[in-house]
Design a protein around this ligand. Structure first.
Ligand code: ATP
Ligand code: MG
Length: 303
């Protein structure tokens, strides 16, 4: 590996680390400032954008190896309140990767068919295959977030009544932890991102959407109503992170009031994850080398 690349990897690792929660027990959401930029001022923005570009190129190289090696899968889960910048982060950070090796799935309110299954079912079908990156724009975590904040959604899940106890959220955390451990034991690396936007910044972004005709499509009145449940959501997020942040499947709690900063942290965390896979191109054996030499001879002899 080139010296520059090694330096970039080291910077990425150091950059992502403060936002990584791999043991949730002592996690407190109120200790995380959505406006944090790791001491960088807006003057650092152009340099951050440059660093992001370098990170994106490196990600493309790593993805190429992931694909060629065909052993690991990488699952990236994005959760956030509306307008926190999930879509933009996914779009920018993945802009350099080969679309053939990457799939984005957005999980919305479940369909009637989906409600006839357990809540992990629809997501399990979308777990990335070996050699691929799978991105979940929302995920089974909605089943301990929006469903917890709005208990009438739980009613719709058609569970037998004796299973709907007060322990249901604890049980779901347990099952999610086991599911993610199962995935990681099968070569699917899981990394989870909570883009943490402040209530104030969300309001501003909603207003921007309302004032810009090109952004009207992104807004629905329900989004504004949902803000009324802010506290409930934050409690649900905190409890979720406390119970599901593990070494195997850590949460990155990413300050999201400054989009340029959010994107650098996300890119850095993905680089860190992929570097930890020790990726390399598969080595070709003697026989294959002889076959390649033969093919070259044939090609050169042709007109
Ligand atoms: P985003 O808000 O992420 O940009 P969107 O606005 O395009 O996406 P929506 O139509 O708002 O998409 O669909 C996402 C909605 O689906 C969210 O409000 C989310 O809470 C809800 N949702 C996702 N999973 C579930 C679930 N399991 N149960 C109920 N609602 C869910
Ligand atoms: Mg929405």
């Amino acid at each position: 590996m080139k010296k520059d690349t090694i330096a970039l990897i080291k910077r990425a690792q150091a950059f992502a680390k403060p936002y990584c929660v791999s043991n949730g027990k002592k996690f407190r959401l109120k200790k995380i400032d959505p406006g944090d930029t790791a001491g960088l001022t807006s003057e650092a923005k152009p340099r951050a954008k440059e660093a992001l570009q370098m990170g994106i190129s490196l990600l493309a190289e790593l993805q190429d190896m992931l694909y060629a090696q065909d052993r690991w899968g990488l699952l990236l889960i994005f959760q956030a309140m509306d307008a926190a910048g999930k879509d933009g982060a996914i779009k920018h950070v993945m802009s350099g990767v080969n679309p053939q090796g990457c799939e984005v799935n957005s999980f919305k309110a479940p369909s009637t068919n989906e409600l006839d299954h357990d809540y992990l079912w629809r997501t399990h079908l979308r777990i990335p295959e070996r050699g691929r990156i799978g991105i979940f724009n929302r995920s089974y975590y909605e089943d301990v977030l929006v469903v917890r904040v709005h208990p009438e959604l739980l009613e719709k899940q058609k569970l037998p009544s004796r299973l709907m106890t007060k322990r249901i959220w604890e049980e779901r955390f347990e099952d999610i932890q086991s599911f993610e451990r199962y995935l990681s034991r099968n070569g699917v690396m899981v990394r989870k991102f909570f883009l943490h936007v402040s209530e104030k910044e969300q309001k501003q972004r909603f207003l921007d959407r309302l004032n810009d005709p090109e952004k009207h499509w992104k807004f629905s009145a329900a989004d504004a109503r949902e803000r009324g449940f802010w506290k409930d959501y934050m409690n649900a997020y905190e409890d979720m992170i406390q119970h599901t942040a593990t070494e195997d499947a850590p949460w990155y709690v990413v300050p999201a009031d400054n989009k340029w900063f959010t994107r650098v942290v996300v890119a850095a965390a993905i680089i860190d994850a992929m570097v930890s896979m020790d990726l390399s191109y598969p080595e070709v054996g003697k026989e294959k080398l002889a076959e390649l030499a033969e093919a070259k001879k044939i090609l050169l002899a042709q007109k």
